[in-house]
Design a protein around this ligand. Structure first.
Ligand code: GBH
Length: 493
């Protein structure tokens, strides 16, 4: 590693923060220690292991429940400013309800949070990252409107326990995956398939209300004392028109994937994106439903949800092109990108290549366009990039030049968005600190800056080349050469 050759490359804005992320179910393991309750991912991986690519589960995962001190060493090595973790709801509240708070769960997160702070690393905490208590799922999970009160009660416990020390809060991670994949397409727990996105849309609305209630609880009862910030995290792919003729459909696709979870919170007027609301209503009527499958918001609900953010939490990985269908073409399968009746298809551009796991197309410029889009769409909001990363499949893969290049190119485009487009990005988070349980891809898709040996009972972690790159970047707050040949795409003034 040679440092200092690139003094002309711009540095990051003062106060810009770098972090890494993991999520409870993906790293903790210890699925049944003490009084921990069962989550929907425990249940799915145990009962339907054929739905997981390698038949695995998060029973042990990275065993961070026992090995978090090793994680701390890695975080120190990287020099990150913050570590984004999530809390396991059934670990803290085994029944899902606050009638019983687990002493062991409390102890685990208290120790972790205290140890991070001792090292000068800020904890950024996601309250819900997909591991719903099975008890609550049995009652409908996100399709039961009572979920808003259940989440609120859980969040009240969480804030009471940790808000004195945690200043960056995320209510919910990636609603589009929770709802559209969990309750429509059957690709994520609870793996429900509901025709015509009925379940996805019920979940979509209930989830926004739940988020808003938690936001308002923090805002009114905890912020005055603790002065932290809180928001939701959305997953946005960058979608671009396949040809000039596809711009309306691309707009619609963006509103459907990004807008359905962001417009109600971030837009001036609140509520569903109007074009999505209009089209789903028309589709529903044509399909013979008595009312729109997209449940209406009342006036009060619109106001409840509108403005419940302190920043825009953004997970971004990939891009797609949108092509309008000819009348002669048959629609493809339903996808989380469409209502199933939208007249477009999601496609790739010639020249794009898909990374290991089949869905991630590296297109760094797409990141810059997306950041600009968020600013245009929702105004000059602070954006915290809460996840960005690249997956590989090989084992013993330490010289991960492809991952290094991905992070470098994406960070470079983010810098362009900041410097050239005036987008207010306040921080960047690499997904992930280490390889972990990648949901239905099991341990096959590896996103880690650190490799984890899952055949070793000690779950040995080894830094990859990308970890060294990231550590250097954070240390110098600017790009440096890690070796020749990887710097060509850097942003130069
Ligand atoms: C994020 O999900 C998550 O927050 C994180 O937990 C996860 O580990 C990380 O990113 C990497 O995936 O082809 O229709 O089956 C990103 C969401 C979920 C996107 C699975 C692609 C497959 C869609 N990813 N999904 S589909």
């Amino acid at each position: 590693v040679t440092v200092g050759q690139c003094a002309s490359y711009p540095s990051f804005p003062p106060g810009f923060k770098f972090g890494v992320a993991t999520a409870a179910y993906q790293v903790e393991g210890a699925w049944n220690v003490s009084d921990k309750g069962v989550s929907i991912w425990d249940k799915i991986t145990h009962d339907k292991s054929h739905l997981i690519l390698d038949g695995s589960s998060g029973d042990v995962a990275c065993d961070s429940y026992h090995l978090w001190k090793r994680d701390l060493e890695m975080l120190t090595e990287l020099g990150v400013h913050f570590y984004r973790i999530s809390l396991s709801w059934p670990r803290l509240l085994p029944t899902g309800h606050p009638n019983h708070i687990s002493e062991d769960g409390k102890r685990y997160y208290n120790e972790l949070i205290d140890a991070l702070l001792e090292k000068g690393i800020e904890p950024a905490v996601t309250i819900y990252h997909w591991d719903m208590p099975q008890h609550l799922q049995d009652l409908g999970g996100w399709t039961n409107p009572l979920i808003a009160d259940w989440l609120l009660a859980y969040a009240r416990v969480v804030f009471t326990l940790f808000a004195d020390r945690v200043k960056i809060w995320i209510t919910i991670n990636e609603p589009v995956m929770i709802c559209d994949l969990g309750y429509g397409l059957g690709k994520h727990a609870p793996m429900l398939m509901t025709p015509n996105d009925i379940g996805s849309y019920m979940c979509n609305k209930n989830l926004l209300i739940a988020h808003a209630k938690v936001y308002r609880l923090y805002d009114e009862k905890f912020r005055p004392k603790y002065h932290g910030m809180i928001s939701i995290v959305n997953h946005l792919a960058w979608l671009e028109a396949f040809t000039d003729d596809d711009s309306y459909m691309t707009y619609l696709a963006m509103q459907n994937t990004a807008g359905r979870y962001s417009h109600p919170i971030y837009s001036k007027e609140g509520g569903w994106p109007p074009e999505v609301e209009r089209i789903v209503a028309i589709n529903s009527e044509r399909q013979g439903y008595p009312r729109s499958r997209l449940p209406a918001f009342t006036r009060q609900e619109i106001e409840l949800v509108r403005g419940t953010f302190d920043f825009f939490g953004l997970n971004h990985y990939t891009s797609r092109a949108i092509r309008t269908l000819d009348p002669s073409e048959k629609r493809g399968a339903l996808s989380f990108f469409g209502d199933g009746e939208y007249n477009y298809t999601i496609t790739e551009r010639p020249g794009w290549t898909v990374a290991g796991n089949g869905w991630l197309i590296p297109y760094p410029e797409g990141f810059r366009y997306l950041l600009k889009w968020i600013k245009q769409e929702y105004g000059d909001v602070k954006i915290l990039v809460t996840e960005n990363g690249y997956s590989t499949e090989a084992v013993n893969y330490i010289h991960d030049d492809d991952r290094l290049k991905y992070h470098k190119d994406y960070i470079n485009q983010m810098l362009l968005a900041i410097k050239e487009d005036g987008v207010n990005v306040i921080g960047y988070t690499a997904w992930s600190l280490m390889d972990n349980f990648e949901w239905t891809d099991g341990y096959k898709a590896k996103f880690g800056l650190y490799e984890v040996n899952f055949t070793d009972p000690r779950r040995t972690r080894t830094p990859r080349k990308s970890a060294k790159f990231y550590a250097e970047l954070i240390k110098h707050q600017r790009f440096i050469e890690i070796d020749s040949g990887t710097s060509s795409a850097l942003y130069a003034l």
